[in-house]
Design a binder for this molecule. Sequence first.
Ligand SMILES: [Zn+2]
Ligand SMILES: [Zn+2]
Length: 456
Amino acid sequence: MNSQPVLRLPWGLAERLRALLHPQPFQERFAFAVARPVQSASAAPTALVEQLILLEPQDYERASGASLVLTERASSTLNQWMVQLAGQGWQAVHLHSHPPGIADFSATDDAAESALSRWLDAQGIAHYWSLVWPAQGVPRARLWTRGEATTAQLWLGLAPMAGGAEVVSPALDRQRAFGPGLRQVAEQLRVGLVGVGGLGMLVAEQLARAGFRRFVLVDHDTVEITNLNRLPSVTERDLGHFKVQVGKRLIKQIARSLGHEAEVSAWRQDIYRSEAAQRALQHCDLILAVTDNDLSRTMALQLALDAGREYLQAGSDITLGEDGSIIGLRAEVTGAEIGRYCPICSGRLSPAQASIEARAYAGDAVAAHARSAGYLPDVAAPAVMSLNAVAAGMLVTEIQRRAAGLGVRDLLQIDLQSGAIRALERLPAGLDCEVCGAQATGAATDRSAADSSGRW
Ligand SMILES: [Zn+2]
Ligand SMILES: [Zn+2]
């Protein structure tokens, strides 16, 4: 549908970059970044910026409020890096800022960047990206290919940087407040749902009603009588049907009522076992783990990080005390960003629990043993639609906030029993993490903050 190249920056990295490129008082600044080419459903060239390489003050020959020149030495070092990076399959990104009043690439940029692109072509390197971030207005990006520039779509997290046309379906009129960003996200993003049960079905319904129309649904469960207390639009006639079928029907009905067709691919497989379902998920722009199963969440997280996709997980939990009375009614939303944080290093997803859950796959005898030893529950956890709806609403609201460029919360928690609410914009860096690549910064205060803010 859209073959424009796409450059994506994770939100946390974009925030750092915004600060670096716009010092007070303003001076033009340059930054170098490394991007990973990622697959895209549209076959358009797509890359995810993963690392920033900062310049030192001595790398600038001149930097003022109106221009900047790097030293010859810095330029030639950067050019050598570009050649080395290309040899390892990475792509380079040149980024710089502009003073107020210059909102787009300048004629000087055009000349310098096209010369660089032709030089790279002569080294056998077809592509590099450039980005300009004006002091006022939105950043813009383009892809250089053998001396020719193509305007790219730029995404900061889930927020698209260029507004589409202001055409609003009458059915979506009441969500105008979220602006063109949400509409563009809803029209373009392919969302993968891992879990289409009590929580996932509600998330699917809310996204579909917000205008989202491209979905990949993965769930191997069928509708049981104990699901009838919380699955939207489900009746006894759906008993025995796959939840993904019911979810697909629901999404398609809603899309038609809004005046468009939805594209839904439904996988009746277990994400843990089906490589085909895993591949389908890796073609999604946003992967949502909306299941109560830590093994599935861990799989979804790994898939998202491996493929360079956005990731969010949501969950709700009714905690019972020793005497069986309710002591917690909790809902939580959290995410992940490469190099910064993920649910594993922030303690919200337990690899130990996931490996226990994996025992259910190891054969009946192992599962029976795990059950008798109390590792696997033999009674399903309590669940009600109202609490699932709180978690689903928190998750979809976070997606809408991100799409509208309103910012990013790493962690949202609410306990309707105790009244505790927590909304953290940045989870502090914790331990070195093999999953997301976050590195401990060594700041003891950060770590203690993580411990005190982390768990319930
Ligand atoms: Zn410029
Ligand atoms: Zn991590």
